[in-house]
Design a protein around this ligand. Structure first.
Ligand SMILES: Cc1ncc(COP(=O)(O)O)c(C=O)c1O
Length: 381
């Protein structure tokens, strides 16, 4: 029986059209985009076409899009690039940022800057008013993600960005999970920098983009060449950029979202009927294809492994650090207990998920959840 992939927030399978573009580009568009001859100009054209497609997805002008090696690099570029090289400054970040923002902020702290982390409420939303209240006179950067990778909860980015704009503070948005799943327009959001990544939308890994508002002063994070308007030095990755362009075009087709939301809701309803569960972030605006579920008393790790053996790929709400599985800091920040965090699974669907796959997943869960219970502390063995 074919496998079922419900871990699309980790990464998505490559779309056949994207693969075709990448293969053709690797074979035929191998010139250096900085060269003046025809081989170079063909590569240049391919990069610029891709930039146009990626820009369209986020409502930007093509010249304001910088290709990067992925979401992590784009987030690092936005965060470090916003902080002046001189002096000590203050940064505000939500407590649910992806590590590529959170650890960049922690690194700024080690360098002598101050960082305020703003926690979410129990429903997974970081309140705009609390983010804005955390701004101080020397705040240089405010960072807030568009949608959380674990819960799918969409954050009030536009309100925070607008307050930053009024105060002349750099606002960075990590839109890696939001792009292609909800409507996204950099001008409506009002951000200064914004990150996206191809592999979350059926493109390849290793390519992303940073939107940079026109005229913004941003320290270049890679120097040594004039590429990407001097914002990111290095010979351009033509095949991956072309593939990202193809993925962005596919992402413009939004017709799958409603169907995915229906399948997600069907999964949640069936689980509610069968078990004692909590759906984290269910009361907030969410990505249409993400479900973060606490199965009270279940062993989350064990359940992921059991599902995997049944041909179903999902993930836990945990992160593996230094060989130990730690409960998710996002769930803990929401006020969820360590035990409940360890009993939490994330299901993330895509445009390719079918009703049959969801029914098979429901059947597998009905069978496996009662068998994957967490040992009760202090119980006799
Ligand atoms: C919200 C968010 N930001 C950033 C990243 C990092 O992107 P990349 O894997 O392209 O480095 C991820 C990837 O999981 C993510 O979910």
């Amino acid at each position: 029986m074919s496998r079922i992939y419900l871990d699309n927030n980790a990464t998505t399978p490559i779309h056949p059209d994207v693969l075709r573009v990448a293969e053709e580009s690797l074979r035929e568009v191998w010139g250096n985009a900085s060269s003046v001859h025809q081989e170079g100009q063909r590569a240049r054209q391919s990069i610029e076409d891709a930039r146009e497609s990626v820009a369209r997805l986020i409502g930007a002008a093509a010249r304001d899009v910088v290709f990067t090696s992925g979401g992590t690099e784009a987030n690092n570029a936005g965060v470090f690039g916003a902080i002046p090289r001189e002096g000590r400054h203050h940064v505000v970040a939500s407590a649910i940022e992806h590590p590529s923002v959170a650890e960049a902020a922690a690194e700024l702290e080690r360098r002598g800057h101050r960082v305020t982390c703003v926690p979410p409420g129990r429903g997974g939303v970081v309140p705009a008013a609390t983010m804005i209240a955390a701004i101080e006179d020397d705040t240089r950067l405010v960072s807030m993600m568009l949608a959380n990778n674990e819960t799918g909860v969409v954050q009030p980015v536009a309100a925070v960005a607008s307050a930053c704009r009024e105060r002349g503070i750099h606002f960075h948005c990590d839109a890696v999970q939001g792009a292609g799943k909800i409507d996204l327009d950099v001008n409506a959001l009002g951000c200064d920098t914004l990150s996206i990544a191809a592999h979350k939308m059926h493109g390849p890994k290793g390519i992303g983009a940073l939107y940079v508002r026109r005229g913004l002063a941003l320290n270049a994070h890679l120097v040594g060449g004039a590429q990407e308007r001097r914002r990111r030095a290095g010979t351009e990755n033509v095949p991956l950029a072309a593939a990202f362009g193809a993925a962005a075009k596919i992402a413009l087709d939004t017709s799958w979202r409603e169907g995915a939301a229906r399948l997600r809701d069907r999964l949640e309803t069936a689980m509610r009927e069968a078990f004692e569960i909590e759906i984290n972030g269910a009361m907030a605006p969410r990505l249409p294809q993400t479900s973060n579920v606490t199965f009270r008393g279940a062993d989350g790790e064990g359940l992921v492994i059991a599902l995997d053996l049944h041909g179903i790929a999902v993930s836990t709400g945990s992160a593996c650090s230094s060989g130990r599985v730690e409960p998710s800091r996002v769930l803990l920040a929401m006020g969820i207990s360590q035990d409940d965090a360890r009993s939490t699974l994330r299901f993330s669907l895509s445009r390719l998920t079918t009703a049959g796959e969801i029914e098979r997943t429901i059947a597998a869960l009905r069978d496996l959840v009662p068998r994957c219970t967490r040992p009760v502390a202090g119980a006799a063995s």
